[in-house]
Write a protein that binds this ligand. Structure first.
Ligand SMILES: [Zn+2]
Ligand SMILES: [Zn+2]
Length: 421
């Protein structure tokens, strides 16, 4: 019944074991590094009340308008699979009164997100993000610190990346700029694409995001937000960049880089990787001081980022990948039933001593077992046959140079220790 076979849904995929070393590597490095900066992990539910995202992301965004997986559960409640995690993290921060602790709360998360995106190469409807949020500090230095952490994670992985920064102003200076932008777009309205024409009224900032070729020269001539910042926003942006300079972190100021939501303020940034092309940011983030209040919490400053792990894993250099691949230390070739029982005992001892040990499930002859050991890239093969059972001394073959020695189990453990040193 080939046609009746269930398969993955469009836009979803299985991440198979041979891809996993890369995922484990980037995740392990992130956990270790983020910990050094004082971040703690938080795990929020994968589904939440639809209202959280409608309020926290904004009703006029593509995410909320077109891309959310929303359904009604058995109790009649509207539920959504999370399309991102910032709203959830801020909800948790408010719900658990974490603000009472005072100072900055640093949280990070790793997990799947869900968006019903158009089918496109490298875009998944279940995709993975790692992100960090700092709640309770509006200091520009925290922004530079978070960006430094992100780059300190990516660069040693061999990922080539560029940092783009901007200030999107705040409630005092942005409204006047947005009005100016609206007028400037209106002046050439007929030359813009259909999406831009529509956005010029509802959310002119989003015109700056347009990727349509014919809109680019028009957008380049539009007024730049950085020329219209109020004194406080300008000072904040200057200070933020001075911390980047002090940390010798190169960046480009890109006035087009905006985030279209009302509660996004001041610093916005993206990290782009050459390998992905200019339209595909690896990570993006910014300051969202108003989000807590939008979600019914107290006024709390917030700054954070999200990074797409699927893309990061895709651009990892091959050397990094090879270094991450784990190979079994030993393969126990067992000839006959009694040898297999002995193999089980030896495997247990070796594993307790910290070695990766595999037994020959599914292979019987010595030849097929050796073939299996080769395919698994085992470092050593230990042969257990009638003779070895009787003497408790085993043939140990080092696969790299085919050298062979006869060792008892304690000698084997000493030998392995010597190999590792
Ligand atoms: Zn356009
Ligand atoms: Zn301002």
């Amino acid at each position: 019944m080939e046609n009746d076979r269930p398969t993955t849904l469009p836009g979803t995929r299985d991440i198979l074991p041979d891809e996993m070393p890369r995922w484990h590597l980037v995740e392990a490095r992130a956990r270790e590094l983020f910990d050094r900066y004082g971040f703690e992990e938080i795990r929020t539910p994968i589904f939440e009340a639809t209202e959280l995202f409608a309020r926290g992301i904004g009703g006029d965004t593509d995410i909320v308008g077109k891309e959310m997986y929303t359904f009604t559960d058995q109790s009649g409640k509207s539920i959504t699979l999370r399309p991102e995690a910032t709203a959830s993290v801020v909800r948790a921060y408010v719900e658990h009164h974490m603000y009472r602790a005072g100072g900055a709360t640093k949280l990070y998360y790793i997990g799947p997100m869900f968006r019903h995106e158009k089918k496109q190469k490298g875009r998944w409807r279940q995709f993975f993000q790692i992100g960090a949020e700092v709640l309770g500090s509006d200091h520009p230095a925290i922004e530079a610190e978070v960006i430094e952490m992100l780059l300190d994670w990516l660069r040693p992985l061999g990922v080539e990346c560029r940092l783009l920064v901007n200030s999107v102003g705040d409630g005092r200076c942005r409204p006047a700029y947005v009005e100016l932008l609206r007028q400037a777009i209106k002046a050439d309205l007929t030359q813009y694409c259909e999406d831009c024409r529509r956005r010029s009224d509802t959310n002119p900032l989003r015109v700056l995001d347009c990727k349509v070729e014919s809109c680019q020269p028009l957008i380049d001539r539009l007024p730049r937000i950085t020329d219209y910042l109020c004194a406080e926003c300008a000072a904040h942006f200057r200070e933020f960049r001075s911390y980047l300079d002090e940390g010798r972190i190169p960046y480009e100021v890109v006035p087009r880089l905006v985030r279209g939501l009302d509660y996004y303020v001041r610093t916005a940034f993206e990290i782009v990787s050459g390998e992905l092309g200019s339209q595909n940011a690896l990570a993006g983030g910014g300051r969202y001081d108003g989000l807590s209040e939008v979600l019914g919490g107290p006024p709390v400053a917030g700054f954070g980022f999200a990074l797409g792990l699927d893309r990061l894993v895709m651009v990892l250099p091959a050397e990094v990948e090879a270094a991450a691949t784990r190979r079994p230390d030993l393969f126990l070739a067992c000839l006959g039933d009694a040898a297999f029982h002995r193999g089980m005992t030896i495997a247990r001892e070796l594993r307790r001593a910290g070695y990766t040990v595999l037994l020959p499930f599914g292979a019987t002859s010595l030849r097929s077992q050796m073939r299996l050991a080769n395919r698994l890239l085992a470092g050593h093969v230990v042969i257990i046959g009638d003779m070895e059972l009787a003497t408790a001394r085993y043939q140990v073959k080092r696969m790299e140079d085919s050298s062979q020695r006869e060792l008892s189990l304690p000698e084997l453990l000493d030998y392995l220790k010597g190999q590792a040193a």
